[in-house]
Unconditional design. Structure first.
Length: 423
């Protein structure tokens, strides 16, 4: 249960932060966000905001989504002959259209739909009380709302507030904002972790940090701040070289040349083999030195984010050169890693969220149809051509891209199930 809860929190935080980036810059760009949802599936709660966005909470706590006017399958399902209820203002103009049988409006007019245009002409025509002798045509207000069949109330989407009507620069920023938010989240979390830990590890030094009591290092007389210059005559210049030498010599005495202040002396230390969380390791009882200043923690958080992003690029490069499904992970792998992180503490969970957020941001910028990177490529092509690609061609590209992504997700998920449950 703890692992499941951690998975839901991790996945939701990363996805919602991503979607909030799209939401914020869409609104800044004059694009109507018809719905901002936390969760998926059936609606539990909905609120129509003054900004025109319907804020909804849905049953399945897995991520969320932003529904922008004119993007994807955004149209509300209305067909000729459909019974609806129209609410009019004092001037006889439509302010609300109810298509749902779940919502009853006492002040509405029952109409059987004949024709309508909620994008350009903004009218609704139909037979009042199902009387075919009373075909009425009503003007629809630009900011009218429509209650969809599941009971969600959203604004109608006239052409001027649709995604394609916004300036190219604003559409590009809206597309980029999701991955950008993932990078921001990762950086912020790494900075928070640095403050939680009291500082950031300094690994480009041969100095040592805190000494554990009753450890081989304490017995050898080592103190925090000592610089290990050589081990058995081999020069040491970084923490990586120091730990490598120790791990390679379990239960074997090592001669250390140590600099303390202006003095240099030699001492002998014998690394001991011990078990930590079920794993055998070799140690002498020293910790990595920490930079504890305020700016050091801020800069350390940035460096951690950059370092992890470089690791992701290396992994992606290796995947391209040597393709292997085992190098990819889907929801099952994320659940598995979330469970492991939950057992190791809050800081580990935050680190996992940061790494996952960075992954999502980078992968979403891939120039592949249906991903944000693919949309940005189409934006660039539009800028070069001076006109957008046709809606039909763009829709086909996105459909192909989405299909390919779904197929890959199915393959990765099936591979994860086999790896984690049948091996």
């Amino acid at each position: 249960m703890k692992g499941l809860l951690t998975f839901l929190i991790v996945f939701s935080v990363v996805v919602i932060f991503h979607e909030f980036g799209h939401f914020f810059f869409a609104r800044r760009g004059g694009i109507l966000v018809r719905e901002f949802s936390i969760g998926m599936g059936p609606k539990i709660f909905g609120h129509q905001g003054k900004d025109g966005t319907a804020y909804t909470l849905r049953l399945l706590p897995i991520g969320g989504y932003v529904r922008m006017a004119g993007v994807g399958e955004d149209e509300t399902e209305i067909t000729r002959g459909m019974p609806v209820t129209l609410v009019l203002n004092e001037e006889g103009k439509v302010v609300k259209i109810n298509t749902s049988s779940k919502v009853q409006l006492t002040n509405g007019i029952p109409v059987v739909t004949e024709s309508f245009d909620l994008e350009n002409e903004l009218y609704y025509a139909g037979y009042v009380n199902n009387d075919e002798t009373q075909l009425m045509r009503y003007e629809v207000l630009h900011d009218a709302t429509i209650i969809e069949q599941d009971g969600t109330e959203v604004r109608i989407a006239p052409t001027d507030v649709q995604f394609q009507s916004a300036k190219l620069s604003r559409r590009m920023m809206t597309n980029f904002a999701g991955p950008m938010n993932n990078f921001i989240l990762a950086i912020l979390l790494f900075i928070v972790i640095a403050f939680m830990q009291g500082g950031v590890a300094v690994t480009d030094t041969n100095a040592i940090g805190a000494i554990q009591a009753d450890s081989p290092a304490a017995t050898a007389g080592l103190k925090e701040g000592d610089q290990i210059q050589t081990i058995d005559g081999v020069k040491i210049s970084s923490w990586q070289e120091l730990t490598t030498a120790i791990l390679a010599s379990p239960d074997q005495p090592l001669t250390l040349s140590v600099k303390r202040g202006t003095e240099t002396f030699e001492t002998t230390v014998t690394p001991e083999t011990t078990t930590v969380e079920g794993q055998k390791t070799v140690r002498i009882g020293i910790q990595v030195p920490m930079a504890t200043g305020f700016m050091a923690k801020i800069i350390g958080g940035f460096k951690q984010a950059i370092g992890n992003s470089l690791n992701i690029f290396q992994a992606l490069g290796d995947l391209i050169v040597r393709p292997d499904l085992d190098k990819l992970g889907g929801p099952v792998a994320i659940f598995q890693m979330s469970s492991q992180a939950a057992q190791q503490g809050f800081a580990t969970v935050l680190a996992f969220i940061a790494i996952l957020s960075m992954n999502l941001g980078i992968i979403n910028l891939f120039p592949f149809p249906a991903l944000d990177g693919g949309k940005l490529v189409l934006n660039v092509i539009e800028g070069v051509r001076g006109k957008p690609m046709s809606v039909e061609k763009e829709g086909l590209l996105n459909l192909i891209g989405f299909g390919a992504l779904m197929l890959l997700m199915i393959l990765v998920t099936w591979n994860d199930i086999q790896r984690f449950f049948f091996h």
